[in-house]
Ligand binder design. Structure first.
Ligand SMILES: [Zn+2]
Length: 87
């Protein structure tokens, strides 16, 4: 009794180690300034408003920061540089 279409061995073509590697993307998430993409941020004492971030690079101050990987941080930086040159 051969069961046509049933190919139990086909799944074994994938090496489990390779699959783990594909799913575990080693993305490094960094907190960057939403204006200039710099990671050079520090907390200001925020008082009742909570945390306020201060960017050393562009003097941005606010509660919002961007959690980005290196590629995204670079995109924000590039955009900021372009705006700076256009101004
Ligand atoms: Zn900044």
């Amino acid at each position: 009794m051969a069961q046509a279409g049933d190919a139990p061995c086909s799944a074994k073509r994938f090496n489990p180690d390779e699959v783990d590697y594909l799913f575990m993307k080693p993305e490094k998430i960094i907190e960057v300034c939403p204006v200039c993409g710099s990671a050079d941020l520090y907390y200001e004492a925020g008082g009742y408003t909570g945390k306020i971030y201060h960017c050393k690079n562009c003097d941005y101050m606010g509660a919002l920061i961007v959690e980005a990987d290196e590629e995204m941080a670079k995109a924000i930086k590039d955009d900021y540089e372009h705006k700076k040159h256009a101004a």
